[in-house]
Design a protein around this ligand. Structure first.
Ligand SMILES: [Mn+2]
Length: 477
């Protein structure tokens, strides 16, 4: 389906790397903390002297702020705000609004976030219509931030994982991706290169699943955008090739672990054994080997075959706290917590699903792990015009708050319905969508709506309301 030419063109990039780091990388030893090197410890070498894997290891060693000392949440000394931006899904406007509202960029898209760290949850693509634009934006932002003293971490989501696996030859995941919005990415690629097939791809949006699969099976080789997209990510010099090398499975800042979807027992064990750096390195190695047709290894590492198919909980891109992970027995949760504590983790922040997870949060909390579901559905696809809500901020005191365009909220409040929101309820077996919340008092919520002869009021239970409004309330009727 795609061109797997192994193009290892040399580049001219040179960077200053401490000799000991290079030695260590070439020996393949576990990277240590290299924070304290002085200028005389360094020499200039050409980066192509290191093979791709070792280069990554070095980069990782230089970039990662390590903190694996186990401390209580309230005892951790934090140096800066960390902001987790949940799934963007091709909505550049939502992304810009969110970053602006959080005080991280100005109107020229320049970084004004000081030394803040921004972690993107992944799922940059699909569903929305500005997929390449979003990728370009976050990639530029990473550079912008680093130039101005901040930092941007790029996690991978299941949508990227499915796309990458699909481009590497996994047919099941290719079609999964296509159906879940990947067609929008291909349309953007066709636009980017001015391919005539664009019109056909737009028409394909009206196909049902069967037609989509049938058409792509029949014409796959002739759809130039697929090959072009493959080259963008996997070919040396491709538009997103370097970006892919920067993308991670996990990132840890201080005592908080950030991941796209979730963490199961198996992966918590891996984390304990290899640490965050080790797993990111393993992912990168598996990915680069997949390009040489070792797809099996990629599959094993990614556990892409385990997506919600009943065989397991899936890997960090797929295992969600509002799905398979809910089945975890308490002893597994205790073990996961213990494994995470061993690498200094007190909290996990996840995106991936806009559902709230109060029960799982409580269950993890019992074992000293805070579990924060940060996906507020910021993309237009979910909020229907209300884009720009999104971003969960952990400040230096460890307060975790969600920010939206309405202001700052305690995380738990922000993810729930709020006073003033419009919600839906059932009355006489009919769904009524125009009720407004006038008051919340404990479990009791007062709703009102305008009728022809005045105002109608009802009282409902908050759990009932949350269940009927899984995405939270709306700001407009
Ligand atoms: Mn996701």
């Amino acid at each position: 389906m795609q061109n797997k030419k192994n193009n290892s063109e040399d580049n001219e990039n040179a960077m200053i790397i401490p000799q000991e780091v290079i030695d260590q990388a070439l020996q393949g030893n576990e990277a240590e903390d290299y924070g304290g090197f002085e200028a005389e410890d360094t020499q200039i070498i050409h980066i192509d002297e290191l093979k791709a894997r070792q280069r990554l290891r070095v980069k990782e060693a230089l970039r990662q702020r390590r903190n694996s000392e186990s401390k209580e949440y309230n005892e951790v000394q934090r140096e800066t705000d960390v902001i987790y931006i949940p799934d963007i899904h091709g909505d550049l406007t939502a992304l810009r609004n969110s970053l602006t509202n959080l005080g991280l960029i100005n109107e020229h898209d320049e970084w004004v976030g000081g030394k803040s760290v921004v972690v993107f949850s992944g799922d940059y693509i699909d569903r929305g219509e500005e997929n390449l634009a979003v990728l370009d934006f976050v990639w530029n932002l990473q550079e912008e931030a680093e130039l101005r003293g901040g930092k941007v971490e790029l996690l991978l989501g299941n949508h990227e994982a499915a796309m990458l696996a699909g481009l590497l030859g996994d047919k099941f995941l290719f079609y999964t991706w296509l159906i879940q919005g990947g067609l929008n990415v291909l349309i953007n690629v066709a636009e980017h290169y001015n391919f005539e097939e664009k019109d056909w791809l737009v028409t394909a949006k009206s196909f049902n699943q069967q037609e989509l699969i049938a058409n792509f099976t029949q014409y796959g080789d002739r759809i130039r955008s697929i090959n072009a997209l493959y080259n963008m990510f996997f070919q040396e010099g491709g538009r997103y090739h370097e970006m892919l090398n920067e993308m991670k499975v996990f990132t840890q800042v201080d005592d908080i672990l950030y991941v796209h979807a979730g963490i199961n027992l198996e992966w918590s064990q891996y984390l304990k054994e290899h640490g965050v750096d080790g797993l990111n390195y393993g992912w990168q190695a598996a990915l680069s080997e997949s390009q040489n047709n070792d797809f099996e290894r990629f599959k094993v590492f990614n556990q892409v075959g385990a997506i919600r198919n009943g065989k397991g909980t899936g890997g960090p891109f797929w295992a969600d706290f509002d799905g398979e992970l809910e089945k975890l027995p308490d002893k597994d949760i205790a073990q996961i917590a213990q494994n995470l504590k061993s690498i200094g983790v007190n909290a996990i922040v996840v995106g991936h699903s806009i559902k709230k997870i109060p029960t799982m949060s409580e269950r993890f909390n019992k074992y000293g792990i805070k579990l924060i579901a940060a996906d507020v559905g910021m993309s237009n696809y979910y909020t229907k015009g209300e884009s720009g809500r999104g971003g969960v901020k952990t400040d230096i005191r460890g307060n975790i708050r969600a920010q939206s365009k309405e202001g700052v909220h305690n995380i738990y409040d922000a993810l729930k319905i709020q006073k003033g929101d419009f919600v839906q309820i059932y009355r006489n077996r009919k769904l009524e969508k125009d009720w407004q919340i006038t008051n919340i008092d404990g479990d009791e919520v007062l709703l009102a709506r305008q009728v022809y002869n005045g105002i109608e009021r009802v009282k409902v239970n908050i759990d009932y309301l949350n269940k009927l409004n899984p995405k939270g309330g709306r700001k407009e009727k």
